[in-house]
Design a binder for this molecule. Structure first.
Ligand code: GTP
Ligand code: MG
Length: 197
């Protein structure tokens, strides 16, 4: 898919202020620092569209980006960010869950997972929660440039096997790098396919 235009639309902390749900939308979620904002920039080929940071917890709002005047990419705050207070964290989680459960234009959630690590409980639990609630999702393994392909593939395999304890089928996955743009075209093509159906 060719990205002709990618524009920032809004930052929100309230569900009732989100853009009207008139176009298909794709949300990126995952632990703080997993590379959500970086991947959005790599996908769109705009280096500074979504703000990235070495400090976890950079994205604290729901950011909407309009692509080709036809669909939205959504950058969500990361989960598992230890530095915020517990009450803050609970409030955020509630907000994100409400968004995921209620957003009628949401087509698919891309769950980002760091390809360098063994399966983490928090990511598995989040996938389980999506599955339980019938929210369509796919897996996106990030930072592939940071280790060998063999290592990434082994971690992907472990994650998929862990999910198979709960699900009969495991959703589609992508191995990506925001540095090299590995996996970006297949991911965009998948969005394109969903948009056409
Ligand atoms: P929060 O908004 O805090 O939840 O983080 P985020 O998931 O949006 O992560 P962000 O994109 O800000 O990236 C975090 C750090 O990881 C930054 O220092 C990025 O440069 C780095 N990073 C992200 N993706 C990649 C990647 O594919 N390869 C490499 N080498 N570094 C990456
Ligand atoms: Mg971010």
């Amino acid at each position: 898919m060719v990205i002709k235009t990618a524009t920032f639309v809004s930052s929100n902390t309230r569900i009732d202020k989100l853009p009207a749900p008139e176009m298909p939308e794709y949300a990126f979620i995952g632990r703080s620092n997993v590379g959500k904002s970086s991947l959005i920039n790599a996908l769109t080929g705009r280096r500074h569209l979504a703000k990235t940071s070495q400090t976890p917890g950079k994205t604290q709002v729901i950011n909407h980006f309009l692509i080709n005047d036809a669909w939205y990419l959504v950058d969500l705050p990361g989960y598992g960010f230890a530095k915020t207070s517990k009450s803050n964290r609970v409030a955020w989680e509630k907000f994100i869950r409400r968004y995921l459960l209620q957003r009628e234009s949401l087509q698919c959630v891309f769950v980002l997972i760091d390809s360098r690590h063994d399966p983490q409980r928090i990511d598995l639990d989040f996938c389980y929660w999506l599955g339980e609630n019938g929210i369509p999702f796919m897996l996106v393994f990030t930072k592939a440039d940071k280790q060998t392909r063999t290592k990434s593939d082994a971690n992907i395999d472990k994650f998929r096997k862990a999910l198979l304890q709960w699900f009969e089928e495991v959703p589609q996955h992508f191995l990506t790098s925001a540095e090299t743009r590995m996996g970006c075209e297949p991911l965009l093509d998948t969005i394109d396919d969903i948009n056409r159906n």
